[in-house]
Design a protein around this ligand. Structure first.
Ligand SMILES: O=C(O)CCC(=O)C(=O)O
Length: 301
């Protein structure tokens, strides 16, 4: 679906102005979108996951542990595929107002693609370097977008998501390093050209939702505050967007329709997309890739 097709459908929860702003800027912040009852459910699921992580000693497909993690003092970077880990997360992604807001941005027929819960722990939780999502998981068009839900209040000092408005309309960047290895972020020369004064940081109270398009450049700073910053990320697309590479965070719900009808025709956008490595042998997380950590290579083999 093109933005014009999408905008021609009656919105469910967003205003027409909000939708137009998303297409113009490549992102939107929906303050306090999530009602208290859903927020309570995903908070409990998050706290249960942190409890369970006490028994985990090394990073694996599901858990990405931060340096210093222990049973006594958990420190997590990411829980991969939370929707597969706890049905409460999947209920939120598929049944709540979130799916209605996404339908307003990708069209009435919406598919789920993948999920992750990025913790960015207090006292130095890693930055996420400037990158674009779509070359991690190319699709036939650029409707895919990722919704980030702040499970607790997120202030500027906790490393909220930062975006570069309008960057979704530019060419995609190279996310391989000079040695031809995938690093999942812009090289130092490209990153240095970004003027941080142009970045918009999407801090917000608990229950706020950020949505960024799959082409939008985004970044988040380290969390040097005393409070962790769990951000629940769900990626969706229009039903007519077909992935053509292996899903790095393969989920049992990949391609599940959460609103509307299945597509009979794929929509192809002619703009090119960089191809990632073949993830069928394994994937770790964006944190490990961008830090060029060894356990990524081990898992990939
Ligand atoms: O956790 C964040 O701040 C951003 C995460 C992100 O961009 C990603 O996982 O692709």
């Amino acid at each position: 679906m093109t933005p014009e097709d999408i905008l021609s459908h009656k919105p469910r929860v967003l205003t027409q102005k909000q939708r137009e702003s998303y297409f113009e800027n490549g992102y939107i912040l929906l303050e306090r979108l999530v009602p208290e009852d859903w927020l309570a459910r995903i908070r409990t699921a998050t706290e249960d996951a942190v409890e369970a992580s006490r028994a985990i000693e090394s990073s694996n497909e599901t858990w990405d542990l931060d340096e210093g993690h222990s049973a006594d003092a958990p420190r997590l970077r990411r829980l991969s595929s939370p929707n597969d880990y706890n049905a409460e997360f999947w209920a939120y992604a598929s049944e709540s107002i979130l799916g209605d807001a996404i339908a307003d941005l990708v069209g009435p027929d919406v598919k789920f693609y993948q999920s992750k819960l990025n913790f960015k722990w207090s006292g130095g939780g890693d930055e996420v370097k400037w990158h674009q999502d779509i070359s991690f998981w190319p699709h036939t068009n650029y409707t895919p977008c990722t919704a980030g839900t702040y499970i607790y209040d997120c202030g500027l000092e906790q490393g909220p998501l930062g975006v570069l408005p309008g960057s979704h309309d530019h060419d995609l960047y190279d996310q391989y390093n000079g040695k031809g290895e995938w690093v999942g972020c812009l090289g130092p020369d490209d990153a240095a050209k970004i003027d941080m004064k142009d970045a918009v940081f999407l801090d917000g109270p608990a229950g706020s939702v950020t949505v960024h398009n799959c082409r939008t450049l985004h970044y988040s700073a380290a969390n040097n505050s005393d409070v962790p910053r769990p951000l629940l990320l769900n990626t969706f697309s229009a039903a007519d967007a077909m992935p053509y590479c292996f899903n790095p965070l393969k989920s049992r719900y990949d391609q599940t329709l959460i609103r509307g009808e299945p597509a009979r025709w794929a929509h192809h956008d002619p703009r090119p997309c960089q191809i990632p490595p073949d993830w069928s042998g394994g994937y770790t997380s964006i944190f490990a890739l961008q830090q060029e950590e060894d356990w990524n290579q081990a898992a990939a083999e």
